[in-house]
Write a protein that binds this ligand. Sequence first.
Ligand code: VG1
Ligand code: CO
Length: 541
Amino acid sequence: MIKTVATEPYLDQKPGTSGLRKKVRVFQQPHYAENFVQSVFDALGDEKTGQTLVIGGDGRFLNREVIQVAIRMAAANGFARVVVGQGGILSTPAASNVIRQRGALGGLVLSASHNPGGPDEDFGIKYNISNGGPAPEKVTDAIHANTKSISRWLTVEADDINLDTLGEVTVGGMTVEVIDSVADYAALMESLFDFAAIKRAVEGGFTMSFDAMSAVTGPYATEILEKRLGFAPGTVKNGTPLPDFGGHHPDPNLVHAKELYDRMMAPDAPDFGAASDGDGDRNLIIGRGRFITPSDSLAMLAANAHLAPAYAGGLKGIARSMPTSAAADRVAEKLGIPAYETPTGWKFFGNLLDAGMATICGEESAGTGSDHVREKDGLWAVLLWLNILAASGKSVDGIARDHWATYGRNYYARHDYEGVESERADALMADLRAKLLTLPGETFAGLTVETADDFAYTDPTDQSVSRNQGIRVLFQGGSRVVFRLSGTGTSGATLRVYLERYSADQLDRETPEMLADIIAAADEIAGITQHTGRTEPDVVT
Ligand code: VG1
Ligand code: CO
């Protein structure tokens, strides 16, 4: 029996860079999650009748509760089948894979990714479409419009299901299948990479350390790295997903994965170190004594991907988000394949991947992936690195040095100013926009501006246009600074300042030293201190 529940709109349910993210307490308001889920289902129209929906999340606080609610609502809204990960667990790339393999109409991915979890922290809901990727803007716009006018949501009278037992049950006439969260994903990875070659390297003494940050990749990494590839037990650290990630911030960067960084810089470091984030779509790569920036990792993976079976036939193209460094463009140029520059967020890569225009994509925020799914994929990047290291016999440092010797080096850093009052951050961006036209020709900290614009993107497959995607200031000589506000935060604003300098011949300098004048210029141009009152960023990655 379908039950109609009357509700009123919440006016703060606009999806951001990657779905709706809010504090858990916000999601716990009456009807809050239900309103959003119903707005998603309403945006799908009649298409959903008889279809399959995938549901899974990163295991954070509220995951199980929202899954039970969403299952009942899916039954009431006409879905024929829900496929859910055991214990409610599906990493974001694994969910993308299940959507594709099951021919599902789409999926609900419950995560706030790299944001902390727990009763006072963050939760999120994202809708992915049938290609397995995040809904594009026309869908998220329709969802947002629905949230503003919603007056009812639909459910069925049914008990919670047992999420921990594999198999099928029926909820309001709909079939719910609880699947092994890891199996399909592990099989996919095994089909892409030369597991035998990696295993031989491990048998030959190759070691690694993987920090799952008490988040979703634990079970995936344990199965793939320790069980299938033979890395020693204990290679995977913090491998049990916890609802509050052990009180940590599951963001694999040099601040929050500092323990791994320190281990990798020690004299007795393993050969390879990596970490992933809350929902398993990001990756941090550190070799013994060598940190690889995500922008460089994208370029190095693209340049060496042919060493892995899935990419032996070459790449169709490389796509990167605008704030990501141009290192990958140089690889594309050398390979004679197209390079694409998209706005921040994985949803912009989906069309390029679907159209066969790009094979590998990446973002400076530690996201890398390929056309094997439609999400960025942390363990995929780790395995491609392992495959390249095993096939080439080089170290991470060796790969990096050879790469820079061939292409030159893009020194790169991102400075984040977190928890800035929204009005102050908005004022900073508005002031910047107002002076875009007059910036060219002006000099700041010895750097002369060549061009300045507000990045807009026209999708080459459907001509859809996305504006206001970040302020770019390019200096004479090729250095660059980009300013944008985060679209994934849940309180106040985060200003991101992306800094980049290319050098063809200075390959072994310290990044802060190479970026010092750009940092000074960025502050002068945007008045960061003046607007935010901050003299230092909170996080440097
Ligand atoms: C951030 C990153 C962006 C990434 C997004 C989602 O967005 O900058 O590159 O795609 O997070 O990643 P923003 O708007 O805060 O800059 V995840 O791992 O949080 O799904
Ligand atoms: Co993530």
